[in-house]
Design a protein around this ligand. Structure first.
Ligand code: FNR
Length: 341
């Protein structure tokens, strides 16, 4: 059941990449062009730091999969691309491994193919501390992600209906591991209120993973024969809105959800993200074109991000926050209603 679900998620996420592109509020974030702002390319660094971590690049392959034979191959290929480019990579939820340890290898490939890379283990907010330790140990993980996905669970035929224990369990896990804990959404966004609460629970960073890309309510509805939650399509806040909302809430922010190209990466960094992840788009490249295509895409993104920083006069990704940006349309309205300047 679990292995079948993992294969369904990949199939439906790719179908979504090919057929459905929702509204993306990164289009409502524009840099003001200053024609004399440019610097020299050798002055530009892509390095970023947050939560005690130093990453050479501000782009990562976000959580996706593992738990079935097919997704084990995908994980090996994603990790091979991460290894070739130095890009950090997250595993998919390791719940499948807790339920059936015989699928361990479908996750372990993330470390095998990427022995010196930055690898992030991924669990849900009900995982026991013992299982979290097993997950971290299996991957020799450098950081831990805990995912929050109430909208997905609600739309999932076999999904959870009890969310009340999540905050206390996150606090327990954060206290029990000695690597940074990043809490993330799965495409519906984290509000300022949520980020403030996460800070109190002792987590090190929050990945807002907002609306605009992979839509899990749509994916789960694609797995239902009856009783669709079609009204949950497009639920939540966009990634750009989340970054504006949670700015200054006291936790380092990572951005994912609907990041389409290096300009979206630069926009997210300008709105305060320390690093920017993609899942569905990178998966599509891998499945359409193989590992070489994904390596090519990651190299191009890093090269073009450095080119944008050169043009915008930002020596580091963090310097992009000093650039002038214009916010328009629905995103402007969101800011007005939320009292954001
Ligand atoms: C995901 N995502 C995800 N997130 C997570 O924390 N644990 C998981 O197991 C999964 N599984 C998963 C499978 C597939 C096939 C996809 C495409 C995505 C969510 C992912 O990490 C990210 O938050 C969202 O996909 C939004 O980013 P994109 O896809 O719009 O770049």
């Amino acid at each position: 059941m679990s292995a079948q679900r993992k294969d369904d998620h990949v199939r439906l996420a790719i179908e979504q990449q090919h057929t459905h592109r929702g509204i993306n509020q990164f289009d409502e974030v524009a840099f003001v062009h200053h024609a004399l702002a440019g610097i020299d390319r050798p002055q530009v660094s892509l390095a970023t730091s947050f939560a005690g971590l130093d990453w050479p690049v501000p782009i990562y392959i976000n959580a996706m999969t593992g738990g079935s034979a097919k997704t084990g191959v995908i994980n090996r290929d994603l990790a091979t691309a991460a290894h070739a480019t130095g890009v950090p990579i997250a595993s998919g939820s390791m719940h499948a491994y807790f339920k059936d340890p015989s699928c361990a290898h479908t996750f372990q490939v993330l470390r095998e193919a990427n022995p010196d890379g930055f690898v992030i283990a991924n669990v849900n907010a009900t995982a026991s501390v013992e299982n979290v330790w097993r997950a971290v140990d299996l991957l020799q993980a450098n950081a831990l992600q805990i995912h929050l996905n109430t909208a997905q669970e609600t739309a999932m035929p076999e999904g959870d209906r009890s969310f009340g224990s999540w905050a206390a369990q996150i606090e327990k896990i954060a206290a029990a591991v000695d690597i940074p804990v990043i809490v993330k959404e799965v495409g519906n966004g984290l509000s300022r209120q949520t980020v403030l609460a996460l800070k109190e629970l002792g987590v090190a960073a929050a990945d807002v993973s907002g609306r605009g890309g992979t839509d899990f309510a749509r994916i789960e509805n694609g797995r239902r024969e009856l009783g669709e939650y079609a009204f949950l399509h497009g639920w939540g806040q966009s990634t750009a809105a989340c970054l504006l909302d949670a700015h200054g809430a006291g936790l380092p922010l990572l951005a994912s959800g609907g990041v389409r190209h290096p300009l979206d990466v630069a926009r997210a960094l300008a709105l305060g993200a320390k690093a920017v992840g993609s899942s569905g788009g990178f998966l599509r490249t891998l499945l359409d074109g193989g590992v070489d295509a994904l390596v090519g895409q990651l190299r191009t993104w890093l090269d073009q991000l450095a080119a944008l920083q050169t043009m915008l006069g930002a020596r580091t990704p963090a310097d992009l926050q000093a650039c002038d940006v214009l916010i328009s349309g629905g995103l402007r309205e969101f800011c007005d209603q939320r009292g954001i300047d």
